[in-house]
Ligand binder design. Structure first.
Ligand code: KG4
Length: 344
């Protein structure tokens, strides 16, 4: 009998250290150590993130292997996030993966973090039978703290970025506006929670007029900042008295901007399958609006389970699995990259 393909995935691109084991395309463990150290700084501090990865990586990998109930020797190959992300953070995962592959004499698979977010849609879970998965080609709206992109997914490993932000990402806009309101980092989840009780029509913020399928969120951020600044001058309690309405109005504006372009792309490219991915896909308003595209346009929509919205190594392991199938192995000389590439 053939031995199953078992992939160990390693993710360390930003502030989460994660390791996951998958057997074929089924997840059997996924351990994430989130770094709380950044909360008081209002954003991720790169040096602190690298240090925390150094502390976490070995215990996290040990735990993932233990929870998977396998031995190190059962692992077929190791997949790691090569980029984009914070260089110091990426170096920790990259170096660990190289050492591990050398020690066990197993192949190394480099993974693009963004490709991982998209392929998270193909992770099978033992408890969920017949999980619907996107059919190729499909469009993916990838929204995170560092990226807002529309990606044409032609196959597991063939993807093309057809639109992206020209300045800030959607998550960044949430986080920066949250900071203006005195909310702790990351601000997106706080805004989501407060928005549930707010009036989304109360405040109007500027929406960008950007060509093609590209995005821009810096104007929105500035318009939010100016409104709050001007109102606080008149009433020092303005933020406290209007927090829920500010959050609801901001959230609605971000969601409207995101959805408008994915609709445009799907219509123009005549693609009826659309998927959501990335940290901001945890946003309840975005999930609801995206889901409603099914009934409105008759499209099939795919929304990731919450566990796979933020950074996790299961998505790196599944991408590694498809790369291993195609024998796309990586050399030990590969180095991490911090910036987004146009072709995934
Ligand atoms: O993908 P991710 O975990 O990290 C990056 O690789 O960027 O995304 C993190 C981003 C943060 O900006 C965070 O505020 C946002 O996702 N986020 C949310 C929600 N949960 C996380 N934004 C809005 N609503 C949420 N519920």
């Amino acid at each position: 009998m053939n031995k199953p393909t078992i992939i160990l995935g390693i993710e360390s691109s930003c502030d989460d250290t994660s390791a996951s084991v998958i057997k074929e395309n089924v997840i059997i463990s996924n351990v994430i150590a989130s770094q709380k150290v950044h909360e008081k700084y209002g954003g991720v501090v790169p040096e602190l993130a690298s240090r925390a990865h150094q502390q976490n990586i070995i215990p996290v990998v040990d735990q993932a292997i233990k929870e998977a109930n396998i031995k190190k020797e059962d692992i077929t190959a190791i997949a790691y996030t090569r980029g984009p992300g914070l260089l110091g953070s990426l170096l920790v995962g990259t170096s660990f993966a190289k050492g591990f592959s050398q020690a066990l004499n197993i192949p190394l698979l480099e993974v693009n973090h963004l490709q991982g977010h998209i392929l998270a849609h193909f992770i099978k879970e033992e408890k969920i039978k017949d999980k619907p998965m996107p059919q190729f080609p499909f469009l993916c709206l990838l929204v995170s703290g560092g990226n807002s992109q529309i990606i044409l997914v032609k196959d597991y490993l063939k993807m093309e970025v057809i639109g992206q932000t020209i300045d800030d990402a959607a998550g960044e806009a949430f986080d920066k506006c949250a900071k203006v309101m005195g909310l702790s980092y990351p601000g997106g989840p706080h805004i989501d929670k407060l928005a549930k009780k707010g009036n989304s029509e109360k405040f109007k913020f500027s929406k960008p007029q950007i060509e093609n399928y590209n995005y821009s969120f810096s104007g929105l951020k500035t318009s939010f900042l100016y409104l709050v600044r001007d109102e606080v001058r008149k009433n020092s309690n303005f933020i406290e008295e209007n927090k829920e309405d500010l959050c609801a109005s901001l959230q609605k504006t971000v969601v409207d901007i995101l959805i408008k372009k994915i609709i445009k792309a799907a219509k123009e490219l005549n693609i009826q399958q659309v998927a959501l991915a990335g940290g901001v896909s945890a946003n309840s308003e975005l999930r609801k609006t995206f889901f409603n595209l099914s009934s409105k346009y008759g499209w099939k929509t795919y929304i990731p389970p919450f566990a796979f919205t933020t950074d996790n190594a299961a998505m790196i392991a599944i991408t590694g699995y498809y790369k291993y199938q195609k024998k796309e192995l990586s050399p030990l000389t590969d180095t991490p990259y911090s910036r987004v590439n146009n072709m995934l």
